[in-house]
Write a protein that binds this ligand. Structure first.
Ligand code: ASN
Length: 539
């Protein structure tokens, strides 16, 4: 975590709706347009004189200097108003994906991002965004208000100002939630009050920062950026997930109906330290669903404390196939389930293992030993498990070993090991000691699932290994040409692979396919290149 430097910090404020900008219509609050115009009239949120003097564009607002000692250090921000605006009760994964994609689109242009959001589902939004945004290196802060900003007595002005100042002055590479002078890790926060300005709390993690006369940053809690990997946005979140709160006497028949397909995962809120009724018919419904492949995450409905195995009524649920949610909030567990189920190509055990692992600071990590077993299934898995077990001080060792393990995992098609490495913060575009990237290894090994995963992460399709070969060429040479995997070739082309790029011997993919006598691949390559003939492809 660093203090931001440079005289001027540019932020993007994405306004999605919520009470902060609401207006009263026929006696009820509804989302209101034109928030930027309101902010422009508030001196604490816009220095009109400075904006004029600098000739700032119409859409850019600028905060007054945070410190009289540094009048040139300014936080500038642009408000991007979403269309339509929402009471956050109407927000869904679709809108949160759009927010993540907006951040991705503007990632290079701005130093940090503030998301102005309704409070009712803000903890869900922050949790979902925390999983969708992998390798986040910039600050993202969600904020909003309990009372509209136009009201005389409101919390919107201070919340927005605090969020802008923190995002503008500090690099906190996480999805955070700022409310009433406290900056929480987003996936640890939950809404606990309908009226008080202190609407959120974070029961298992102290605030990352508090704002009073001074700003206090809890440095040891802020997650560190690992590697230089680029931002990866996971938009394929699973939507068929649900939340089921147990209550005394809940009928097994109701649980059965709830757990029916297409549901793929459920967060079950249980009593106390993860306990539930031990009635055989209820346990039987849970067991049957788990055996069908439905993932059931056990989270306590208590605000504080974790799921443990202290009681028979808790271990009965484990016996029925549920997975412990440890001390995750239900919001975080639901978001994580949606993320883990949306990852392509993993086995059921691989998904359960990711759920048990702390991925974005959403849970207090279980002891390392508890994490190892399922990765122990393969030699690679053991290597990755050992890396995961290294203490913080061993980061350098980890960084040195990760590229080679990633290449080996890619070659072997071990998606779980690769995913675990990615979650560890390893940059999957790095070369191993032989100069090849995991994409080269996967292509060489004909591992279509791994290739798809890596292409989705936007890795460089035209990187050359030490022999000057691109992943595409390796794929065509190794497996695809002989198997005529036209779909695979099309995927490479869509990902931007240069089909004309020759290898060290001067032969392009088309030459290789022709030499192999694979007319289907030859025809496909020619059509993808717009019917360019052999002449034009030659070295
Ligand atoms: N219903 C509002 C919302 O979540 C509540 C708020 O923002 N305070 O959009």
């Amino acid at each position: 975590m660093a203090r931001a430097t440079g005289p001027e910090r540019r932020l993007l404020a994405i306004y999605t709706g919520g009470t902060i900008g609401m207006r009263s219509e026929r006696g009820v609050l509804v989302p209101g347009r034109g928030l930027a115009a309101v902010l422009r009239t508030l001196p604490m949120l816009h220095d009109e004189g400075h904006a004029r003097a600098c000739g700032l564009p119409e859409d850019t607002l600028v905060l007054p200097p945070a410190s009289p000692a540094c009048p040139d250090q300014r936080v500038m921000y642009t408000v991007l108003e979403c269309q339509p605006l929402f009471d956050s009760s109407d927000m869904t994964i679709t809108e949160w994906v759009q927010i993540a994609q907006t951040i991705e689109r503007h990632y290079g242009q701005y130093h940090a991002f503030v998301v102005i959001h309704g409070t009712d589902t803000m903890a869900f939004a922050a949790s979902v965004l925390s999983f969708m945004l992998e390798n986040l290196q910039k600050t993202v802060i969600l904020t909003g208000a309990q009372v509209p900003i136009h009201a005389l007595w409101n919390d919107g002005r201070e919340n927005l100002l605090g969020a802008l100042l923190l995002a503008g002055q500090y690099v906190i590479p996480e999805v955070c939630l700022f409310f009433q002078n406290q900056l929480f890790r987003g996936n640890r926060a939950t809404k606990v009050d309908t009226r008080r300005f202190a609407a959120f709390c974070s029961p298992h993690l102290p605030p990352l920062a508090t704002v009073g006369a001074d700003v206090t940053i809890n440095r040891e809690l802020v997650r560190r950026v690992r590697g230089q990997g680029r931002l990866v946005v996971h938009s394929s979140m699973e939507r068929d997930v649900g939340l089921l709160r147990l209550y005394p006497g809940i009928p097994a028949s109701l649980v059965r109906v709830f757990l029916q397909p297409p549901l793929k995962g459920v967060v079950m809120e249980t009593f106390g330290s993860g306990n539930g009724p031990t009635k055989p018919d209820l346990l039987q419904e849970l067991r049957a669903a788990a055996e069908r492949g439905l993932i059931i995450v056990n989270c306590t409905h208590c605000l504080q404390g974790a799921v443990t195995s202290d009681y028979g009524a808790g271990t009965a649920l484990v016996g029925a196939g549920t997975v412990s949610g440890s001390d995750m909030t239900s919001e975080a567990a639901l978001a994580k389930l949606s993320y883990v189920l949306g990852l392509p190509g993993l086995s059921l055990d691989g998904r359960k293992e990711l759920l048990a692992r702390d991925l974005r600071g959403e849970m207090t990590p279980p002891a390392v030993d508890e994490l190892r077993p399922s990765l122990r299934g393969s030699t690679l898995g053991r290597g990755v498990a050992q890396l995961l077990g290294l203490s913080q001080e061993a980061d350098d060792v980890r960084d040195a070993l990760a590229p080679s393990l990633a290449c080996a995992a890619a070659h072997a098609g071990d998606l779980e090991a690769l995913q675990a490495l990615a979650e560890l913060g390893s940059d999957l575009s790095l070369e191993d000691f032989g100069g090849q990237t995991p994409l080269h290894s996967a292509a060489r090994g004909g591992q279509a699932g791994v290739v798809t995963m890596l292409l989705q992460r936007g890795l460089d399709v035209n990187a050359r290994d030490k022999d000057g070969l691109s992943p595409l060429l390796l794929a065509v040479r190794g497996r695809l040409a002989s198997r005529a995997d036209c779909e695979g070739l099309r995927a490479w082309w869509q990902a931007g692979a240069d089909l004309k790029q020759p290898g060290y011997d001067g032969r392009s993919a088309l030459h290789v396919a022709e030499a192999a006598g694979n007319l289907e691949v030859v025809a496909l390559l020619q059509s993808l290149q717009g019917g360019v003939g052999d002449q034009a492809l030659g070295p």
